[in-house]
Design a protein around this ligand. Structure first.
Ligand code: ATP
Ligand code: MG
Length: 476
């Protein structure tokens, strides 16, 4: 070493060597050599290893379990292999590598090794592992072929596997129900292209239980940025799904109950209106005729009685008008006789007359685009809309538009009042608006109530086209 080329730098070889050794001692790296009996012949580096010279590798560790990987690697080096291992030495984690030392005649004469202190990396990995292991959701890594690389205990429980060894390397697709496999493979392809994605799918666990899972999948990249695996965080949403389905079913049941009740009420109203109009109307007309005859006869003999009978006949006239009004309010005959467009014209006219608010209907569709059910629903929606305007809006002008767009019937009622608040449209007390929405929903339509740009309120509704077989009935 005294002939070191570094002597050329102006330092005597021995001085250079001691300088170099001091430098090595300060590094967090240990360097050592052993003889054929694995006895340490020299050791330098990280302060903690000083004083191990002369001991065997096993003695230096003092703990046979911790020494075992080191001893096995050193023995492999004596056989001519280079070997790497991880171990714990004096409470710190090391990543080490050993090589054979080859003597002048090509014979192995010992081992050299070096070790890095990786305690911090090791600890942070351990912490991460502890977090992942205690995570209640499934955390998993899949390779590009969809095979399972890693899965935490929550995930193993989710797929009903007893240990990771039972499932590592298996294709995950086999537990996904056939109808969701394509979607899962698509997600996987996207993740390996560098995108993230979410998916809800169903599995059959290894013990046969069906479950709904929701997964969020992201690319897991190596240090060079290449996608190495799919990292998936998956949650069991079976209970939430079941609750959602129950909620949906009970909503549908409630909606059909409400629709049925509305139908019954509408039929009842029609029947009562007809009954009032026909029976009561006819009886009153007959009474009126009788009274006229009696009045004629009486006025000849007793003018006073004639006057009384005339007054009675006028009262009967009023009664006939009231009866007609009640029957019309219950169910306007115009709706059944002339159809929705005429009924809306009448409604708008009647509204203007009663409230003094100008009401302009613009009605496009002909009767044959409108079924009886749709006519009733739209009529009642407009009736409630107009009632709301007269009660709450403070408006002076109302427009009603009934149209057809791409075979769908559309309705719009807009006023120039002071507008509606968000709370009023969704509040629990808003039964009128709720009823309007439900009527639209019962026919597969959608109804919205919202403030109008520029002031006022706008009710818009949209109804899907009639099925061909059922269409074109017109008014009743
Ligand atoms: N055209 C409108 N302009 C301004 N506010 C309105 C209008 N229509 C409805 N509102 C507001 O929305 C609320 C809810 O209306 P909704 O018809 O659901 O109930 P309601 O009219 O108060 O009672 P009812 O159950 O008798 O209909 C009303 O109380 C009112 O404050
Ligand atoms: Mg109302």
């Amino acid at each position: 070493m005294s002939a070191s080329p570094l002597a050329a730098l102006g330092l005597p070889g021995d001085l250079w060597l001691s300088q170099f050794a001091r430098l090595v001692d300060q590094l967090p790296v240990a360097l050592w050599s052993t003889d054929l009996n694995l006895r340490i012949t020299a050791i330098r580096g990280g302060g903690s290893v000083v004083g191990e010279d002369g001991k065997t590798i096993e003695e230096a560790f003092g703990n046979p379990a911790q020494a075992a990987p080191a001893v096995a690697a050193h023995r492999a080096a004596l056989r001519g292999e280079s070997a790497a291992y991880e171990t714990v030495y004096q409470g710190r984690a090391f990543s080490a590598r050993v090589e054979p030392v080859v003597g002048p005649h090509g014979r192995i004469v010992g081992v050299v090794g070096f070790a890095f202190d990786v305690t911090e990396r090791h600890d942070s990995q351990e912490r991460l592992r502890a977090i992942i292991d205690s995570e209640p959701d499934c955390v998993k890594l899949l390779d590009a072929a969809g095979r399972l690389l890693e899965m935490n205990p929550a995930g193993l429980a989710m797929i009903e596997a007893s240990s990771l060894d039972d499932v590592r390397g298996q294709p995950i697709i086999s537990i996904i129900v056939p109808e969701h496999r394509t979607a899962f493979t698509d997600l996987q392809t996207r993740v390996f292209r560098g995108e993230s994605g979410t998916l809800e799918f169903e599995i059959v666990g290894l013990k046969g239980r069906r479950k709904w899972l929701a997964t969020q999948a992201v690319p897991f990249r190596d240090a060079a940025g290449n996608v190495q695996a799919l990292l998936g965080i998956t949650r069991d949403i079976t209970d939430a799904r079941r609750a959602e389905e129950q909620l949906r079913a009970s909503r549908a049941a409630l909606r059909s109950l409400a629709t049925r009740q509305q139908d019954i009420r509408e039929d009842e109203r029609t029947r009562i209106a007809r009954e009032i109009h026909d029976s009561l109307g006819q009886a009153l007309t007959a009474l009126k005729l009788q009274l006229s005859a009696a009045q004629e006869a009486a006025s000849r003999e007793s003018p006073a009685l004639g006057t009384r009978l005339h007054e009675t006949a006028v009262m009967v006239d009023d009664l006939v008008k009231s009866v007609r009004r009640i029957a019309t309010e219950l169910r306007p005959p115009i709706l059944d006789q002339l159809g929705l467009p005429a009924a809306l014209e009448w409604l708008a006219h009647d509204f203007s007359r009663r409230t003094g608010i100008r009401c302009e209907p613009t009605i496009v569709p002909a009767n044959d685009a409108i079924s009886t059910e749709l006519a009733t629903a739209v009529f009642r929606i407009v009736q409630e809309g107009l009632t709301n305007i007269s009660r709450h809006a403070g408006a002076s002008h109302v427009q009603i538009g009934l149209g057809v767009e791409s075979q769908c019937v559309t309705l719009e009622i807009s006023d120039d009042g002071h507008g509606i608040t968000e709370a009023a449209t969704t509040g629990p007390a808003s039964l009128g608006i709720l009823g309007m929405r439900e009527r639209a929903a019962a026919l597969g339509g959608v109804l919205e109530v919202a403030p109008r740009t520029g002031g006022g309120t706008r009710v818009t509704a949209w109804f899907p086209p009639l099925p061909a077989s059922n269409g074109g009935q017109g008014g009743r």
